[in-house]
Design a protein. Sequence first.
Length: 242
Amino acid sequence: MKILSVNGSPHKEKGNTYLIVREFLNGAEEEGAEIIDEIFLQEKKINYCLGCFMCWTKTPGKCIQKDDMGGILEKVLQSDLLLLSTPIYLDGVSAQTKTFLDRLIPVLRAHFTIENGHCRHIKGVEKIPGLFLISSSGFMEMDNFELTIESLKRACLNLYMEYKGHLLRPGSHFMRLKDIYKNEIEVVLKGAKEAGKEFIRYGKVSDETKAKVSIPFCNKEEFVKQTNLLWDRLIESLKKNK
Ligand SMILES: Cc1cc2nc3c(=O)[nH]c(=O)nc-3n(C[C@H](O)[C@H](O)[C@H](O)COP(=O)(O)O)c2cc1C
């Protein structure tokens, strides 16, 4: 299976989201997957969609904008799986991720059709990869991912991509607290690697493995207390460095 990893965090490979992505890719690679590229959207020049519809009218399948998205779209179409990763920003995907998603519309064509009783555009390419989501959030509740999952499922319906599932890491800054949560962090990282393996073996990730990646590290009161201590320390250190 050919996997294209697309990361929408401004922190790129240093981010919390990528901790999970890296292990998923390690597991997938061990099971024989080919990682065709790892794209960090923050490093790319990808303009907003202009909404001009030239990719459906004058130059079907091609955007008129000359930026990095043309090459990225080619890679998306070469892949079997788009591994899309994003931090949660205000209960949705990051702006980098949304811009990337909007710029996928050259895979469609202008005319409408009815698919399962719903209006859609017709498909403009023969093969479109499936999509697997990896996301991390700052708050610890799982409901922080709900809107993102739902909107990506809907985007997939529009784009004829099969939504293949997700791995979610809430309260993800605790992944940095290695002294306090060594065991929990290990469970998460091992779970993410196992998820990559399972995905290649079975085409899906079991609920048990997904739960390992999402395990809570402590109760909510403790979570808030420790988080606020982290903020205090950061604010203090920045004051000193002024
Ligand atoms: C602009 C902005 C908005 C955010 N909004 C949310 C949010 O709505 N819910 C949440 O749980 N975390 C939110 N976060 C926290 C990030 O999702 C969290 O820190 C994430 O793990 C960052 O991943 P990264 O290190 O890969 O960029 C927000 C962070 C930023 C910078």
